[in-house]
Design a protein around this ligand. Structure first.
Ligand SMILES: [Zn+2]
Length: 320
């Protein structure tokens, strides 16, 4: 108990100051009883456990277009961009998803050991918790947007570091990117589009695929759902509301022919897979209207959630 107190106090202090990774030299004063353990919310812990099991149901890997493959589980996306010089893997799902991702990569005839870069849509455990293990097994370089680095390396959900159910194994970031930076390997170029709000460093990775004698804009859109995020009162992080609105405006200016996401149901990917012709002659992943429709729906949902949180907390927020 005593050790747990010290660890949680140190972690909290580190998360709040976000500067020195050094442990405090002096033994911190014991935290008051109420602050000693993360908030006991058995119902939430159980809900997260149930979600994890549902998300982690394995599924067959599948070809999307060009050199792009889905290697995730039924509920959590993970994308493989293959090249002759090695591969890029986007999103690690849960720790327990790693064996499925590895098996899926192998089933497609590729090797996890040939993954050179690991990318992340955002630092929430359902997309980041598998990264540490994937990095250890592949030796790949971890690339992440600046705003999510502290959460990835600290293994917490930014703004909720004491909710144990939201934690993830920490993963060291080897390269920090900013909006517009690219990751390139063997002719494959992925552009990091900063689309913050859902997480501070939320990153939508874009590329151009060539197939059927044409080019298609592919975007693995991070997410713009409110989910567990506090928007008002003590927000999840500073400027979160402005960030969501920035992302909606930015997304409206993007042309996307093939929308993909960390949660495949955002764009009905498994249904599209099942509807695709076996001979690849028809590709349902090419869906040029879906992204704009999705963003419009997410924007309405965000504004409704914001209003609801303002009402519930009595907080005020400056209108743009
Ligand atoms: Zn998330």
């Amino acid at each position: 108990m005593r050790a747990a107190t010290i660890i949680s106090t140190t972690l909290l202090a580190a998360a709040m100051s976000a500067c020195s990774p050094e442990p405090a030299e002096e033994t911190p004063a014991p935290a008051p009883e109420a602050a000693e353990e993360p908030p006991a919310d058995d119902a939430m812990t159980q809900r997260v456990a149930d979600m994890r099991a549902q998300w982690n149901v394995p599924t067959e890997p599948f070809h999307i277009i060009d050199n792009i493959y889905y290697v995730g589980t039924q509920g959590l996306g993970s994308y493989l961009f293959t090249t002759d010089e090695g591969h890029i893997l986007l999103d690690g799902a849960l720790e327990e998803s790693v064996p499925h991702i590895k098996a899926n990569i192998e089933q497609l005839g590729f090797e996890l050991a040939d993954v050179k870069y690991l990318l992340n849509s955002h630092a929430h455990f359902d997309h980041s918790a598998g990264l540490a293990q994937l990095k250890a097994e592949s030796g790949a370089q971890m690339v992440a947007m600046e705003g999510d680095v502290s959460a990835l390396e600290g293994g917490f959900y930014l703004g909720s570091p004491r909710i144990a159910a939201f934690n993830a194994p920490p993963v060291k970031v080897d390269r920090i990117v900013q909006d517009g930076d690219t990751v390139e390997l063997g002719g494959q170029v992925l552009i990091a589009h900063h689309t913050p709000g859902h997480s501070r460093g939320c990153t939508s990775w874009g590329t151009t695929a060539s197939a059927y004698g044409d080019n298609y804009e592919v975007l693995v859109f991070c997410s713009a759902s409110v989910a567990a995020n506090r928007l008002v009162g003590t927000p999840q992080y500073e400027d979160i509301v402005d960030d969501y609105r920035f992302t909606f405006e930015k997304a409206k200016g993007m042309s996307v022919h093939i929308p993909l996401a960390p949660h495949p149901e955002f764009f009905n990917l498994l249904e599209k897979r099942d509807a695709n012709a076996a001979d690849d002659s028809e590709n349902r992943f090419i869906d040029p209207t879906a992204f704009a429709e999705y963003i419009a729906a997410q924007e309405s949902a965000f504004e409704a959630a914001l209003e609801q949180q303002i009402e519930a907390t009595g907080a005020e927020i400056a209108t743009p």
